[in-house]
Design a protein around this ligand. Structure first.
Ligand code: AMP
Length: 202
């Protein structure tokens, strides 16, 4: 299956991406994670991306699209993938379609995680992540940057909902509530059967 997860920062995409990818047997590909790995590694890509990330802005499309194109051409993505945090602009979505056509594929489904904004701010301001074994707050989860990221989402990413709806690929998933309930809704939206003991089963 080739799936895109859409939704604002703090909607739980990263958590669900891991669970759903495991259940579907495909790699979860997070552009945010790839950028953060490059920032930690001090690579030229990381140095370039960091300026945008710290400001809560999007890394330019040209850089992001090239990075995803390379990642999708890797062997483990040949049988399917779950994209978390990409595409985030209409231009990225158009480029993704071109790359997939070149690879002889298309998307199967786009899941849009829907949460209310107050919940998002609360989730992000209390979120901790593990870096080198330590629990820390992400640099871009600071209140000022969170506000900017939500604004960027509304302006640049939210239009993707209509874009994919027009293609008949969109399914909206209520992302409020316990993780396992959201997983169950997402699996149902993907048309995946759930049996007891499987991730997402309730
Ligand atoms: P995330 O972990 O998905 O919240 O991404 C963290 C940051 O990485 C974002 O705020 C952007 O600065 C950058 N980023 C991640 N994915 C993309 C993308 N598809 N396009 C542009 N920038 C991105």
């Amino acid at each position: 299956m080739r799936v895109v997860l859409l939704g604002p920062p703090g909607a739980g995409k990263g958590t669900q991406a891991q669970i759903l990818a495991g259940a579907l047997g495909v790699p979860a590909i997070s552009t945010g994670d790839i950028f953060r790995a490059n920032v930690s590694g001090g690579t030229p890509l990381g140095l370039e991306a960091k300026v945008f990330m710290d400001a809560g802005d999007l890394v330019p499309d040209a850089i992001t699209v090239a990075m995803v194109k390379d990642r999708l051409a890797e062997a483990d993505a040949a049988g399917g993938f779950l994209l978390d945090g990409f595409p985030r602009t209409i231009a990225q979505a158009e480029q993704l379609a071109v790359s997939l056509t070149e690879l002889g594929h298309g998307l199967d489904r786009v899941l849009e995680f829907v949460v209310d904004e107050e919940e998002l701010v609360a989730r992000l301001s209390t979120r901790v992540v593990e870096v080198d074994g330590k629990q820390v707050q992400r640099e871009d989860d600071k209140p000022e940057t969170v506000r900017r990221r939500l604004e960027v989402y509304r302006e640049q990413t939210a239009p993707l909902s209509g874009f994919y709806e027009a293609e008949g690929l969109l399914a909206r998933v209520d992302a409020m509530g316990p993780v396992e309930e959201v997983t169950a809704r997402a699996m149902a939206a993907l048309g995946q059967p759930q049996t007891a003991g499987q991730p997402g089963a309730v």
